[in-house]
Design a protein around this ligand. Sequence first.
Ligand code: C5P
Length: 222
Amino acid sequence: MTQQPASHLVIAVDGPAASGKGTIARALARRYGLPHLDTGKLYRATGLAVRLSGGRPEDADRAAAAARTLDPALLDDPELMSSENAQAASIVSAHPAVRAALFEVQRAFAGQPGGAVLDGRDIGTVIAPDASAKLFVTASPLVRAQRRHTELVRSGDPRDLATVLADIEARDARDSGRSTAPLVQAADAALLDTTELAIDAAVQRAIALVELAMSPDGQQQV
Ligand code: C5P
């Protein structure tokens, strides 16, 4: 059931790849009648723009220029969600100038009337530090790799589980180890470990945590 949004409700959902954060964020957006932004797509589109122009994601100037002039059509490109492009996204996202270029569009999305749900890596720490509710969604690397592997098999990608796990661990290390806006649980974010949870149960738990965060004494308890 969709609930009427509070006057300005911002929900920040952060976590590593394949933790379930995207599915949870979309479900929360439906539940509270809020718009949703998958911020990973902005970094993926930046990585893709660099690749399509023959550049290397390690080139900070080129990546920043791509981020400043993003073509929205790239957000629907079939290559956006590929494993190769995920690595490119992870590399471009470590450049401070790329993060700076993508900051305003995310802030504006969070600041729109009524609020929004955003998912990513630094929503609760950098983009919306004053969010009404913050979740940090995680799961063991093996379970995340199994989930991503199942998706890839369905889409016809023959990559084996060990390769998918190695890709996820490489991305985790890069996202957590970078100096600008690393992947880290905000001090006031509620931890949601989905390792042992089916997606429906994870969504129910996420709703309960958001309700708790919005309750008068919730911020102390979460
Ligand atoms: O969430 P998704 O896996 O699509 O993100 C792709 C990459 O974009 C991540 O591995 C991460 O490096 C980067 N990212 C980020 N900050 C965000 C969202 C994504 O650095 N807010």
